[in-house]
Design a protein around this ligand. Structure first.
Ligand code: GLY
Ligand code: MN
Length: 462
């Protein structure tokens, strides 16, 4: 965790953005796998981590806007806990670590909330995503669990998005560490890949790279020869000569900052000519986006420019036809690139997605497009210095989508369907990097994972 001043200042900044009331930030609790004391690895809530820093279950933070006090609610450990868990800090000591003097037993939280409600004060809370916290909010606020989400404070969501979107220098240093481990994960996959090894063996090894550092993957690893399935968590195949392997993975380090990279590599260490042609179009789309990314440019425009590179490349290969600008305007490229160019990244790999994608990625000026493909873009608004985002274009040959579009004659004037059908079985290629928006442009965070055809082939040769 950071110095206590970091959390004190963040809470002060939040106070300035909220007019009145109580701000309630719920930490997470332990989650049982199969019985109460056999739990999943604990993951603290990211908003709690951001403002209260403590990576410990069962805590709640309260910021009282009018009386100026920040409070921590929790339960002190008892001797029975200490016997099983070893010496534990008191709640008071935990509070001191993050600059909070006012600590209270968790059982007093409901009287604090009741008092505020009786005085007609607003209780600001965030949209809960865990059942335990939905139920806690139901108990504290008397709102039925099915309705709790709809009462989340938009004022609080917007305030937090505005703070967390701009990464502080201490955060960027943590993301650099997460990227360094992500780099190791990907290079390990490149070195292991060869015909005969299983996808699962590589998945386990790269997960192990994160775990050996005391970290974990920032999301369940996507690793498959069927890269055309965008989020493929099936690792049951054995690698076969001539196929591609798509690896989308990153690390979440002990401070919980994430990395998120995708590389697509040839199973036997050498791309075929046909694979190279498609690969280099995706790489050009990725490079174009990184080149364009700078403060002030809407990311939706960068997405479209990247899509245009893809359309132009596929027209040159004879898989698409017509004018590339018109093809992109009509969404024809989305047959091959049916997702968004990227998302924010920070304490969450899809940063702040729990707060609502439209609050994070869009604003009063730029709203989500409703055309197939670009509608999945998580971040469309203008970039600002200090944003950390992913750039992840791709080209996929998805048999079911190709059949559907062909039979419905979708974008017929831009797609050469017979040529496209010859690519069924090719798989999919995605290339993803993590970038920081700087004063005048952007920079790739950390050392770039081998990305050109030559760099990948050389790494795979070992
Ligand atoms: N890397 C997984 C995702 O961005 O959804
Ligand atoms: Mn991503």
């Amino acid at each position: 965790m950071f110095e206590k001043q970091v959390y004190v200042e963040r809470r002060l900044k939040l106070r300035k953005k909220i007019k009145s009331g109580l701000v309630l930030i719920l930490g997470n609790t332990e989650s049982p796998m199969n019985y109460r004391s056999n739990t999943y690895r604990f993951r603290q809530d990211s908003n709690f981590l951001y403002f209260f820093g403590l990576d410990i279950p069962g805590l709640v933070g309260v910021i009282d806007i009018e009386d100026g006090k920040d409070c921590l609610y929790g339960t002190d450990f008892e001797i029975d806990d200490v016997i099983w868990m070893g010496p534990q800090p008191t709640l008071k000591e935990l509070g001191e670590r993050v600059g909070i003097l006012s600590t209270h037993p968790l059982k007093e939280l409901s009287s604090t909330i009741n008092r505020a409600i009786r005085h007609g004060r607003k209780i600001h809370f965030l949209p809960p995503y865990r059942a335990e916290n939905i139920l806690l909010l139901e108990q504290l606020l008397g709102i039925s669990q099915s309705m709790v989400k709809t009462y989340a404070s938009v004022e609080l969501i917007k305030a937090i998005v505005s703070l967390r979107s701009i990464k502080e220098d201490v955060e960027i240093a943590e993301i650099e560490k997460a990227c360094a481990v992500g780099y190791q994960m990907h290079v390990t996959a490149m070195k292991m890949s060869k015909p005969g090894i299983t996808e699962q063996a590589i998945t386990g090894a790269i997960e192990g790279v994160a775990i050996a550092h005391g970290y974990m993957p920032s999301f369940p690893i996507i690793l498959s020869q069927n890269g055309e399935t965008l989020h493929n968590h099936d690792h049951s195949q054995t690698l076969t000569s001539g196929r591609l392997l798509l690896v989308d993975s990153g690390a979440e380090i002990d401070s919980h900052y994430a990395s998120d990279f995708t590389r697509t590599i040839p199973v036997d260490g050498r791309f075929t000519e046909r694979q190279k042609e498609i690969y280099n179009i995706v790489l050009a789309a990725n490079n174009k986006a990184i080149e364009m990314a700078k403060p002030g440019i809407p990311y939706i425009d960068v997405h479209r420019a990247s899509a245009r590179v893809i359309a132009e490349g596929l027209i040159n290969l004879g898989l698409m036809k017509g004018n590339p600008d018109e093809a992109v305007a009509n969404g024809a490229h989305a047959l091959f690139f049916p997702h968004g160019l990227g998302h924010m990244m920070g304490l969450d790999v899809h940063d702040m997605e729990d707060l609502g994608e439209n609050f994070v990625g869009y604003d009063d000026e730029i709203s989500r497009a409703d055309q197939f493909g670009i509608a999945y873009l998580r971040l469309g608004r203008r970039l600002q210095k200090g944003f950390v985002i992913t750039v992840e274009p791709g080209i996929y040959f998805i048999p079911a989508l190709i059949q559907k579009w062909k039979s419905e004659k979708i974008n017929e004037s831009f797609i050469n369907y017979p040529a496209v059908e010859a690519y069924i079985g090719f798989g999919g290629i995605r290339i993803e990097d993590d970038i920081l928006i700087t004063e005048n442009g952007s920079r790739i965070i950390g050392k770039r994972v081998p990305v050109t055809v030559n760099e990948i082939e050389e790494t795979m040769r070992g």
